[in-house]
Design a protein around this ligand. Structure first.
Ligand SMILES: CCCC(=O)SCCNC(=O)CCNC(=O)[C@H](O)C(C)(C)COP(=O)(O)O
Ligand SMILES: Nc1ncnc2c1ncn2[C@@H]1O[C@H](COP(=O)(O)O)[C@@H](OP(=O)(O)O)[C@H]1O
Ligand SMILES: [Mg+2]
Length: 221
């Protein structure tokens, strides 16, 4: 079986379905985690947010944003936002699964949606929201070489942080926090291999870790 089919089978096992439908009503957002195969290796596409945005300006993230009333579900939001931000047509995305949501610092419930895109896709960044689009080999997010933990004032858990030197642009990208956690999660679940550093979840039951974090956060909201 080729790598794409193997990864699809691995990831689909973790689809959350309606597991989180018990959560209280809160503002929702989705991100699309676009993956593709290049040279027999999995890669992931990421964006650098415009420095002019009101929130998370100049930070690395996945294409995504807040849910609109017209969106049918979290997948719809992720695909709509990816079209708006990087010009990715929804029909060019093979949606694989919806993973564990995370509540971000603004109290948004952020649901990650993983989808395969074509290696040949050329992003068209919407300059109002995105200043750069770049790709990273997914396995990078399992390696300790560029990893550190990033202490943030008033956040109890240390955050994961990576510095990625992009050979295609010569630039260095700082990937941390929520986005780094999601990249690690997809790298681990897709390859079925744990990282070289501690992450707090395991391959047998990653849901337990993410659900515990959500329930803890909800109890403090
Ligand atoms: C201090 C803990 C919070 C963080 O982890 S910030 C870390 C670095 N930044 C990010 O990971 C970006 C996270 N934010 C987003 O991906 C988006 O803001 C959103 C939550 C998906 C909402 O989309 P908007 O485009 O801002 O509407
Ligand atoms: N043309 C534009 N110029 C400046 N900000 C914009 C913009 N289009 C969208 N935004 C802001 O970018 C953020 C991301 O939008 P989205 O959810 O659609 O991804 C939102 O801010 P907030 O996150 O501060 O509300 C939104 O208001
Ligand atoms: Mg956005």
């Amino acid at each position: 079986m080729d790598i794409k089919e193997t990864v699809k089978i691995a990831l689909k096992k973790y689809d959350v379905g309606d597991v989180f439908s018990y959560l209280p009503v809160m503002q929702k957002a989705s991100v699309l985690i676009p993956v593709f195969v290049r040279g027999g290796e999995l890669h992931v596409l990421m964006t650098l947010r415009s420095p002019h945005l009101k929130s998370n300006a100049g930070e690395v993230c996945f294409p995504g944003g807040k849910s609109d009333p017209e969106d049918q579900d979290e997948v719809d939001t992720a695909l709509r936002e990816a079209k708006e931000e990087i010009g990715l047509p929804p029909e060019q995305v093979e949606v694989v699964c919806k993973l564990f949501p995370i509540i971000n610092k603004r109290g948004l419930l952020v649901t990650p949606v993983v989808g395969f895109i074509e290696e040949s896709f050329v992003a068209q960044a919407n300059p109002a929201e995105v200043s750069e689009v770049f790709t990273v080999p997914l396995d990078f997010f399992r390696q300790k070489a560029a990893h550190s933990v990033y202490p943030v004032p008033r956040i109890p858990e240390p955050l994961h942080s990576f510095f990625y030197s992009d050979p295609s642009s010569g630039k260095q990208q700082h990937i941390w926090g929520l986005t780094a956690m999601l990249a690690i999660l997809v790298a681990v679940l897709a390859t079925q291999k744990m990282p070289e550093f501690n992450v707090g979840f395991d391959l047998d039951n990653p849901l337990a870790f993410f659900q515990h974090n959500i329930d803890l956060r909800i109890s403090k909201l």
